[in-house]
Design a binder for this molecule. Structure first.
Ligand code: HEM
Length: 483
């Protein structure tokens, strides 16, 4: 840990250790050499196409970004990211990749970057997917609507806080009952659908204030409707590592029409209109489309990626379970679990943070230069021009060896103790440091703390219910009930 502090001090000598690597746009440290951003975009059409094939097919995103760091000997460089040629004619694939903690932190500085319509890059899924409303995640902080809608998102979280924990815990019980019933038939039990139903039910009840059971169709298929709606929006940007080159030809070459899911979306809309609590300061339509986006994209989408990685991290490590079980049972005793009770569980929290570090659920973050500025990496300074798109691949950024000791390894207690808490300034899964606070003037995830505390609750609930569990990324193979 001492070496970690030395590392942090060596990259930001004048900063207090609890301060993130906030960029200083106008006056980078004079000791760093100014360098032209290396790399390039290649020939028109062919350059973006070659990069797209490397990204999706020949290399995959992680190797794609890693290899170019090696090639350019720089964590900041120019490249293309998909989607591109042939039918994404209005999408500019040119980006400046920022792949270390220091350069990535520029993405949070709303003085120098803007976030209008760049949630998934220069490509933006049709606003038809959200009822022709540009929802919060696509708004820049300079747009008046951003404050209004971000505050709305934070208000729904506050409103939902009275039922959030009870709904989460009771739906987790239902999920584990289903998995146990399946396991009792012999073999293993897939947990993906029970988990998605759990996430959908608990979020719908808490964020929307509506009970899915009121509509048999939503109760049965609401989660699958959201899956399809999400897939059509994101497919052009997501790697699918099998069935190549068919995927490149048939799945990654087009944008998908909303018409394919319009029937499902209408059903979800009508359900929220009829059953949800929609008394907010936005118009009713704006409220419902934003509620559906927060529910389906931000919350359901985020948890559906994050929780399987947390479960498989736990389920494949018996020693870790034992340590966590001791902490959970000692700290919570017989009392009902709550956000406050998990705040005392230092190892549980650290395991949640470490899982987010190694597998950030939203791997890519983008922002566009609001003006010309100088961007610093650990070792150089680069001139960025107004309008250039910055692209951070968090999976590499969160393994920055200048910040994290033994960065490729899962270190369960990495974020414990005073030094571990200081390291939280460099944990960026939420589009901001874990020590930051979401607000109307930044673009940090509105539910930053709800997400980590809910994940801690899942871990604590699991280790009170079971003495041990064995599972991978999709299935549970054994559980031993608590004695
Ligand atoms: C594991 C679950 C979640 C993950 C991984 C996650 C991650 C993120 C990330 C990375 C962003 C920034 C995207 C960008 O601009 O590049 C974001 C934004 C946002 N998230 Fe979350 N999120 C999660 C759950 C939630 C939940 C439960 C809510 C419910 C209110 C929520 C509400 C939002 C909102 C409203 C924004 C937009 C913030 C803004 O535009 O200022 N998120 N989230």
């Amino acid at each position: 840990m001492a070496s970690m502090m030395t590392k942090m001090m060596s990259i930001s000598p004048s900063m207090p250790s609890s301060t993130p690597l906030t960029p200083s746009p106008s006056s980078p440290p004079s000791v760093l050499p100014v360098r032209t951003v290396p790399g390039g975009y290649g020939l028109p059409v062919l350059g973006p196409l070659a990069d797209r094939l490397d990204y999706f097919w020949f290399q995959g995103p992680e190797t794609f970004f890693k290899k170019r760091i090696e090639r350019h000997n720089s964590t900041v460089y120019r490249t293309n990211v998909p989607p591109s040629f042939p039918f994404f004619v209005n999408v500019n694939p040119n980006v400046v990749a920022v792949l270390d903690c220091k350069s990535f932190a520029h993405l949070f500085d709303m003085e120098i970057v803007e976030k209008r319509n760049v949630l998934v890059g220069d490509f933006m899924p049709s606003v038809k997917f959200t009822g022709d409303v540009r929802v919060c995640a696509y708004l820049d902080t300079a747009e008046v609507a951003h404050s209004k809608v971000k505050n709305f998102a934070m208000d729904i979280l506050k409103r939902s806080s009275t039922v959030w924990v009870t709904e989460l815990l009771s739906n987790l019980d239902t999920m584990w009952d289903t998995i146990e019933a399946e396991l009792s038939k012999g073999g293993s039990a897939s947990y993906i659908i029970p988990l998605q139903k759990c996430i959908f039910n608990f979020l719908t009840k808490s964020l929307i204030g509506a009970d899915p059971a009121k509509s048999p169709e939503i109760a049965k298929s609401g989660y699958a409707m959201l899956d399809k709606w999400l897939a059509l929006q994101l497919l052009p940007t997501v790697q699918i590592s099998f069935l190549q080159p068919l995927v490149e030809i048939f799945l990654h070459s087009f944008t998908y029409p909303f018409a394919l899911v319009s029937g499902d979306y209408k059903k979800l809309y009508e359900f929220v209109e009829k059953e949800g609590k929609t008394e907010f300061q936005l118009s009713q339509e704006e409220t419902i489309h934003n509620l559906l986006f927060v529910l389906g994209f931000n919350a359901f989408g985020g948890f559906s990626v994050f929780l399987p990685s947390l479960l498989s991290t736990l389920g494949s490590n018996a020693q870790l379970q034992e340590k966590l079980r001791l902490e959970v049972r000692e700290k919570s005793g017989e009392s009902t679990l709550s956000f406050n009770s998990v705040k005392d569980m230092e190892l549980v929290q650290s395991v949640v943070y470490e899982t987010l570090r190694l597998n950030p659920p939203v791997p890519l973050q983008y922002a566009r230069a609001r003006k010309d500025f100088r961007l610093s990496s650990h070792d150089s300074v680069y001139e960025i021009k107004k309008g250039e798109l910055l692209c951070g691949y968090q999976k590499l950024v969160m393994r920055d060896p200048k910040v994290f000791d033994d960065p490729e390894s899962f270190v369960a207690d990495r974020f414990t103790g005073e030094k571990g808490r200081e390291l939280l300034s460099y944990l960026y899964w939420s589009n901001g440091p874990q020590t930051g606070s979401p607000s109307e003037s930044n673009k940090q995830c509105a539910a930053k703390d709800y997400v980590t505390l809910s994940a801690c609750l899942l871990v604590a609930h699991l280790l009170r219910r079971y003495d041990s569990i064995a599972c991978g990324s999709t299935s549970v193979t054994a559980v031993e009930k608590a004695q």
